[in-house]
Design a binder for this molecule. Sequence first.
Ligand code: FAD
Ligand code: NAD
Length: 477
Amino acid sequence: LAEKKKHDLVVVGSGPGGYVAAIKAAQLGFDTACVEKRGRAGGTCLNVGCIPSKALLNNSHLYHQMKHEAKQRGIDISGDVSVNVAQLQKAKDTSVKQLTGGIEMLFKKNGVTYYKGHGSFEDENNIKVSPVEGVEGSVTEETILEAKNIIVATGSEVTPFPGIKIDEERIVSSTGALSLKEVPKRLAIIGGGIIGLEMGSVYSRLGSKVSVVEFLPKIGATMDDEVASATQKFLKKQGFDFKLGTKVLSAERNGDVVNIEVENVKSGKKESLEADVLLVAIGRRPYIQGLNAEKLGLEVDKRGRLVIDEQFNTKFPHIKVIGDVTFGPMLAHKAEEEGIAAVEYLKEGHGHVNYANIPSVMYTHPEVAWVGKTEEQLKEAGISYKIGKFPFMANSRAKTNQDSDGFVKILIDAETERILGAHIIGPNAGEMIAEAGLALEYGASAEDVARVCHAHPTLSEAFKEANLAAYSKSINF
Ligand code: FAD
Ligand code: NAD
């Protein structure tokens, strides 16, 4: 007979949604358990997503700077600068291990019981944890967790491309792309979304010739159009080749090469491409395999997402769902916010996530970051707006750093001058967007921001000046 344990709350999945929910719940006094089958906490984000990709992005950027910019910056490096892929991977693994281990420590500190094993619904009040082969510390026998409340945070997985077989060697998903053993001479990418452009940047800096095939006529699907086309220009300058409005018909590995057939969506013109590695990055889909959600009759929509109401409830109010496995953008910080709010609903009966204020950041160089409405969304909604723009070329810190590509673009309501959207391409745009988020959350006008004293010389002065430009005139441009 399976061993039985009781908890106030059982969280299935330890990604940014699940682990944050578990810690918050324990802090609020719930006897909390978290079940994870991967063997390491942190989910997609820490193991095969945000963290390893940023480790590679950071170090490939350093390499590129040393190789191509050091001399002109007055740094002489004796001998050639070269890449040691094994060490690059080791540095990435060290960051991942430290952070995933950190979550286990946080679980201990906050009193969260951590079960390593596969979680599935036995019924609406019981989660069965089954041993997972090869996972160190896995439960050794089936364990039943009787739970007053359950949060499902099982995340997402790579969307497969019908007919293309991923071997994680020559034809890879993001997971394989994060662990290549050598730098491919030619890297082809299906999908000009965030994964394609971030991983493309890594390998382009390390010396790959990168070609992106994108179905839509623009890259970065949800970006403001002007920002997307500026982004495409800087990536092109860095050596990217783009085939937009192009669909992939097939791809096949033949020995050490991958042959790809593509077709222009408008003209129907076909073309054959050859690459050493092909990255398939056409999105992610919700993951509920083996969860037994169907046994409970939990509703799943056409896109595979678990259906919930605005309080994260399934048809059972004590079973909530958060993160990538349900509606909304597939972002770590969105999952985290939902984790906190779902637990607050359980404890206090109310919680809050402002879906109109979730930032997006693409960690290329320069970075691209945005929050709120795009120009296209404002036009479609019939809202009249004004634009304030300020280029980093006119920002003293960016000039000093010789890193001045990009601009800040602020969209404000034409009448009230309230900020509606912020779009930034530039160095550290991902940090700067937090200021826009704060302004949006508190309903600031452009003038409110422009009258805040910003330190000099900082990149954030560009944000202030763009706000000034939105309702009046900038000083330095
Ligand atoms: P996940 O992180 O997917 O975690 C779910 C966990 O549940 C997994 O560990 C899984 O093993 C476990 N699980 C599933 N089923 C069971 C079960 N039955 N029993 C036990 N455990 C189970 N987002 C950002 O915001 N910023 C970024 O820079 C960023 N970069 C990314 C880069 C890449 C290459 C990828 C692939 C994604 C990136 N993302 C980024 C997206 C981000 O990783 C996800 O949005 C985020 O991880 C979602 O969190 P989650 O908790 O919903 O699910
Ligand atoms: P995405 O949705 O960002 O981009 C996929 C792209 O592939 C789109 O532009 C789409 O038009 C294109 N596409 C789809 N089908 C195609 C086809 N048949 N042929 C050619 N192009 C096709 O998805 P992604 O880049 O795979 O990323 C997955 C998720 O991970 C996203 O939700 C993203 O938010 C998240 N992520 C976030 C970050 C970050 O926040 N920095 C980084 C990486 C991933």
